[in-house]
Design a protein around this ligand. Structure first.
Ligand SMILES: CC(=O)SCCNC(=O)CCNC(=O)[C@H](O)C(C)(C)COP(=O)(O)OP(=O)(O)OC[C@H]1O[C@@H](n2cnc3c(N)ncnc32)[C@H](O)[C@@H]1OP(=O)(O)O
Ligand SMILES: N[C@@H](CCO)C(=O)O
Length: 372
């Protein structure tokens, strides 16, 4: 696959590997679907890696091939934006374990000729980063002007700075954390159990007859989606308003707008995402604990290399609250790394990083181009 999509180039590559995963398995080949925007400068100094969140994809600034919706970060990446393909060589790849063309449970296992399904090895955030490292080798990118990500993308950015300290010059971490909390893990477990309790899950072997556990996946997304919003945002948007009716129905239809909205979020999600991928990626998130990977001290993750860091949190994000960013800032200070940090005000909760946020853009532009 190699086709132009407006100003982006969508590609898929099978790298021989093998990639040794944190869980001990060897993955070969390592398939990676990715997009690039712009051109690598002759001195290689303008490469910017964008890392996506849990259900994101490589189409950061190009339309999604299944939904036709604009790229998920066109607010930040594009002409005249803080990350601009006229200046930067932008790379975004679909993470390992996902379902948009990179190696994951839905792809064919070369050893069996059938989808990996639950035979796919459990992966970690660091495995995703190592796979991206292979992709950058393939593209001839030695060092990164910056690695940038929100949510799980921010975890990958942190893991990049820790895993490849000499390849990263700047690291932007938005609405993220250095480890998953008990509450984070708890919400993910609800989602996983919802998928696995769906009789259509069948141990993950549902690809052949194309009858996936859509109901379980939709409920998993509904529960997760609540964590991406804020109480104030939900109240402002829906309050206790009824959905297309004048009075309560005294039944279990979606009486309330918020119920209808969540059902819509669940149903539209199953059209673009694979249930097994959801299991694997939430697992990778839950295993994430950068300090644990570095002798129990987060500062140890950042002692090598020369990267500058920029951290951004949102005051209504209760999934990865500001306190988590402050922990990272303290560790960076202890490691002697330069770091800028700002908590932005937004009514939209965790997903604020995906929405129009002029202040976030100003902070990121100032950090990347001003060297501050
Ligand atoms: C890196 C990445 O993470 S990429 C993947 C991220 N993308 C997602 O997570 C997608 C789902 N998430 C969201 O929609 C997030 O809230 C955002 C931040 C991305 C978008 O937020 P907003 O633009 O405010 O959209 P909002 O949350 O209002 O949802 C709009 C949708 O809800 C629907 N909706 C709104 N009210 C109702 C209702 N009462 N009943 C049914 N549906 C409703 C709209 O019709 C719209 O549907 P559509 O998306 O199919 O067009
Ligand atoms: N809503 C985003 C952020 C989750 O962290 C996603 O689905 O990927």
């Amino acid at each position: 696959m190699n086709h132009d999509r407006r100003f982006g180039l969508a590609r898929q590559v099978a790298l021989p590997g093998p990639l040794r995963l944190d869980g001990g398995a060897l993955l070969s080949p390592v398939e990676i679907a990715y997009e690039t925007y712009g051109t690598l400068a002759p001195d290689g100094g303008n490469a910017v890696l964008i890392c996506h969140a849990l259900t994101g994809d490589q189409h950061v600034a190009s339309p999604h091939p299944r939904t036709g919706k604009p790229g998920w970060w066109t607010r930040l990446v594009g002409p005249g934006k803080p990350i601009d393909p006229a200046r930067d060589f932008v790379i975004c790849s679909n993470v390992l374990g996902s379902c948009m063309g990179s190696s994951g449970p839905a792809l064919t296992n070369p050893a069996t000729g059938r989808p990996y399904a639950m035979g796919f090895p459990v992966i970690t955030i660091r495995d995703m980063v190592r796979a991206q490292g292979l992709l950058l080798d393939h593209l001839g990118v030695v060092t990164l002007k910056a690695v940038v990500g929100g949510s799980m993308g921010g975890m990958q950015a942190l893991s990049w700075a820790a895993t490849f300290p000499h390849r990263v010059r700047a690291c932007v971490v938005i609405a993220s954390t250095a480890r998953h909390s008990a509450q984070n893990i708890a919400f993910h477990e609800v989602g996983r159990q919802s998928i696995m309790a769906d009789p259509k899950w069948r141990g993950g072997d549902y690809y052949a007859d194309q009858d996936p556990p859509a109901a379980g996946l939709a409920v998993a997304r509904m529960a997760a989606h609540i964590t991406y919003l804020s109480e104030a945002g939900l109240t402002e948007k829906f309050g206790r308003k009824l959905q297309a009716r004048d009075a309560k129905g005294f039944g279990f239809d979606a009486d309330f707008q918020v119920e209808s909205y969540l059902r819509h979020q669940g149903l539209s999600f199953v059209d673009r995402f694979d249930a097994n991928s959801y299991l694997y990626i939430t697992r990778a998130l839950d295993y994430f604990d950068l300090a644990e990977e570095h002798g129990g001290l987060l500062a140890n993750a950042f002692r090598a290399g020369q990267a500058r860091f920029c951290l951004v949190s949102f005051d209504t994000d209760w999934l990865y609250p500001t306190l988590e960013s402050r922990h990272i800032v303290q560790a960076l200070n202890a490691a002697g790394r330069p770091v800028s940090f700002v908590e932005l005000s937004s009514p939209y909760g965790h997903d604020a990083f995906l929405l129009e946020a002029p202040e976030m853009n100003r902070v990121i532009h100032g950090f990347l181009e001003g060297g501050a």
